[in-house]
Design a binder for this molecule. Structure first.
Ligand SMILES: NC(=O)c1ccc[n+]([C@@H]2O[C@H](COP(=O)([O-])OP(=O)(O)OC[C@H]3O[C@@H](n4cnc5c(N)ncnc54)[C@H](O)[C@@H]3O)[C@@H](O)[C@H]2O)c1
Length: 314
């Protein structure tokens, strides 16, 4: 029998492209997309779609029973920058939605969960370069706190109740389809749009702020590969470190300038600088590479080429 999947928060930056890929793999009718609203009409019209509030346990449960769902991808969350503006809302959504899906797996309604964590679990006391899988995690953002606590609960549910939950600490994700939803690495998407539209960009991080980043295709590849990996190969049930490229705003500016020579950049760091300063600049993901053969495909220049080509064609 083929697997039936529910994606919660499917209209967001990652959910949009994850839904497309999962429908390629599992068949359109086997992948139910859901979100709290229908803003992303392309996604809503691309296959089965339901409005579901990730905070509503019964709504998720009913959908799982009605569609015989065995796997949930929980993508709904309030991200780092938005979470600092609405701390209690971030805590409420990020934690309760996770408990809902963990409890559905614990009670046998579903079999498997993907839940993304983030490099935001790290903090100023974490080693900044080649941050190890197991290290000090003292996050200073509400978002980071929810992800760190979420990781602990995932591991707990796996150890105590045998729940098959899998997770990745995504770095900043860069993509050209849906716009990012209020994170600290959003500049690395905005910069491509502004380079093409206005030939200039004002960056909210300083020029030498190096952060771990990844092109969307690599993030989707990692997600589907982790979910397909044999359970007994996985040694991490909190969340896997995952890495592709690290760059600064100045690096990405120069990569774009090679294609658009008249492009200019200025720097006006805002409150997001303090968040970025608390995060690592590069990540050691050797455990993911060993356990499920993770490898990235895109470096900075390959990503710039893809971003500019696709945005020009829009
Ligand atoms: N994008 C990144 O760079 C990045 C990096 C690290 C981790 N992550 C994680 O990946 C996941 C997806 O991130 P994203 O960038 O796609 O986020 P996003 O903000 O672009 O999308 C989140 C989606 O969730 C939906 N949503 C919000 N509240 C909801 C609710 N109550 N019920 C149902 N849906 C609701 C939103 O409408 C939106 O479509 C999140 O858990 C995020 O923390 C993302």
């Amino acid at each position: 029998m083929s697997s039936k999947l529910l994606i919660i928060g499917a209209c967001g930056q990652i959910g949009t492209e994850l839904t497309t890929k999962l429908r390629e793999i599992h068949g359109t009718d086997n992948v139910i997309a859901s979100d709290i609203n229908t803003r992303n009409l392309d996604l809503v019209n691309s296959g089965p779609f339901e409005i579901i509030d990730a905070k509503n346990f019964n709504a998720i449960k009913d959908c799982c029973i009605n569609h015989k769902i065995d796997t949930i991808y929980l993508m709904a969350a309030l991200l780092s920058a938005t979470g600092e503006k609405y701390p209690m809302e971030a805590w409420d959504l990020n934690m309760n939605s996770l408990f809902h899906v963990l409890n559905l797996a614990k009670t046998g309604v579903i079999k498997k969960i993907f839940w993304p964590s983030s490099i935001a679990v790290f903090g100023p006391t974490t080693p900044k370069t080649q941050t190890p899988q197991h290290t000090i995690c003292e996050p200073t953002t509400v978002y980071g706190i929810t992800k760190q606590v979420g990781e602990r609960w995932c591991e707990y549910y796996h150890e105590k109740y045998g729940v098959d939950v899998r997770s990745i600490r995504y770095p900043g994700i860069i993509s050209h389809k849906a716009m990012p939803g209020g994170g600290t690495t959003d500049y690395a998407v905005e910069i491509y749009h502004e380079a093409l539209k206005h030939k200039s960009y004002t960056c909210f991080l300083s020029e030498n702020t190096s952060l771990p980043m990844m092109f969307m295709d690599d993030a989707i590849k990692a997600t589907t590969e982790l979910m397909a990996a044999p359970s007994n190969h996985l040694t991490i049930r909190s969340s896997y470190n995952l890495s592709a490229i690290s760059f600064t705003p100045q690096d990405i500016y120069e990569s774009i300038k090679a294609h658009i020579p008249e492009f200019t950049i200025t720097y006006q760091p805002d409150f997001r600088q303090a968040i970025a300063d608390s995060w690592p600049s590069s990540i050691d993901d050797s455990v993911a590479r060993n356990d499920w053969n993770w490898q990235h495909d895109f470096d900075l220049d390959a990503m710039t080429h893809e971003m500019l080509t696709n945005l020009r064609n829009k």
